[in-house]
Design a protein around this ligand. Sequence first.
Ligand code: SF4
Ligand code: SF4
Ligand code: FES
Length: 234
Amino acid sequence: MSDNTRKVTIKAFRFNAETDYLPYYKQYEMEVGKDELILDLLNRIKWEHDGSFSYRRSCRHGICGACAIKVNGKATLACKQNAMELLDLFDNELVFEPSSKKRAVKDMIIDKKDFWDKHAAVTPYVVADVEAHPEHETKQSIAEFNKFLDADLCIQCGACHYSCPALEVNPDYLGPAALNAAYRFTVDTRDNAGKERLELTSQPGVGVWDCVKCFECAEACPKEINPIEKITKL
Ligand code: SF4
Ligand code: SF4
Ligand code: FES
């Protein structure tokens, strides 16, 4: 083992909703290099140890949001996270789990239906009357654009949503990602659906009043969006 590699133990959550009654953890040993990402370790479990191991990934550049998992309980975007940084924190033992164990379909893959339903509920697009053949662009000032710029960086990875304790106890709560999307489009000067969105996001039991201001969503977000700040503004 050189200075640039470490012997690592990985315990991975395994579950196949079609065949398993209960989940279990399987252990893998490997030598990890200093430049490897958590996604590389997921790939190596599949390619070198067990071809049935399942997880989502697509872009490998922190854009598609598919590879969000939890590592030792910490929300992690697998293709952005250097493995050595976590090995320093967790003493060469890593535990890979899906973002939400109770929603596991196969290993790291979860059913994100509740996430997408809530995203859709806030009308996550600009609602505007646009002429069929416009002759000029709808202009915005830099200040108007900057109001929603960081909220617009959301990649819908679900890391905040599945770290939110308010959602754990109240499944009707919209949650940080949907509320971030509601904010992003409501402050957009081109949008005309702000009133309808705010009627939804101010509903008791559903909207902003159920946030307990724990900042877990800000901690979890790999794009440093800080959803709680947007919830406060809503
Ligand atoms: S700050 Fe609010 S939205 Fe964010 S995780 Fe905590 S309860 Fe959920
Ligand atoms: S706000 Fe951040 S953590 Fe939440 S879904 Fe968007 S990118 Fe992921
Ligand atoms: S693979 Fe697309 S964000 Fe990680």
